[in-house]
Structures are given as C-alpha cells and as structure tokens.
Design a protein. Structure first.
Length: 116
C-alpha cells in the first residue's frame, strides 16, 4: 500500500542559505556588503530627490493659495467701491419672474453670475 503524498509548504522547505553564508569566501561577503551599501546610497539619493520635489510642489501650492487670496481681496475691495458709487435705486434690483421671462422667450439671468 502506497503512502499518500503530503504537500510541503514554505515552512517545511529546507534551504542552504544559512550554511552558504557561513562557508562563503570572505571576498564574496565583502562584495555583497559593497553592493548593499551602493544600493542604500542610491535609495537615499532617490529619497532626497523625491523630498525636494515634494517640497517644491508644496511651496508652489502655498504661493498659489496666497495669490488667490490676494486676487479675491482685490475683487472684494473693487466690488465694495463700486457698490458705494451706485445710487440706492440700482442696488435694489428685483429679479424677473420665471413666467415673465418664459413669455418673452428670454433666459433668466443666473443669480450666481459674477460681474468683474
């Protein structure tokens, strides 16, 4: 009678890596160390470059935000100055009703339209 074949997992597999390091020649170990040090140096350079790029992007976003705020302040000041110059009758504009605009065939003006 044959015994059933059992599947071996990763935990049951034997490897020679531990014994290979112990019996390796010293110059090969030094070469592996050198390769690892060079890879570490390359990764650190990549990391520095990526951090510099991220910092530049953040600085540009901050500059954009500052410029947007400055422009919005200028628009608000200009709007306030124009509102002071307009007569009182012009300030209280009554929007047209939907039925009067539909009868005349005109589109109603958008309440969110920004005037420069």
């Amino acid at each position: 009678m044959k015994q059933p074949v059992t599947l071996k997992g990763l935990q049951e597999m034997r490897t020679n890596t531990d014994s290979a390091i112990a019996t390796a020649l010293p110059h090969k170990l030094h070469m592996k160390l050198c390769c690892l040090e060079m890879e570490r140096h390359r990764r650190e350079m990549e990391q520095r470059a990526a951090m510099e790029r991220a910092n530049k992007c953040q600085a540009r976003c901050d500059a954009i935000e500052l410029e947007v705020r400055r422009l919005l302040d200028a628009v608000n000041k200009q709007s306030a100055a124009q509102a002071e110059l307009k007569p009182q009758a012009m300030r209280s504009v009554v929007p047209a009703t939907a039925s009067s605009t539909a009868a005349s065939g005109q589109k109603s003006p958008s309440t969110f339209m920004h005037r420069y």
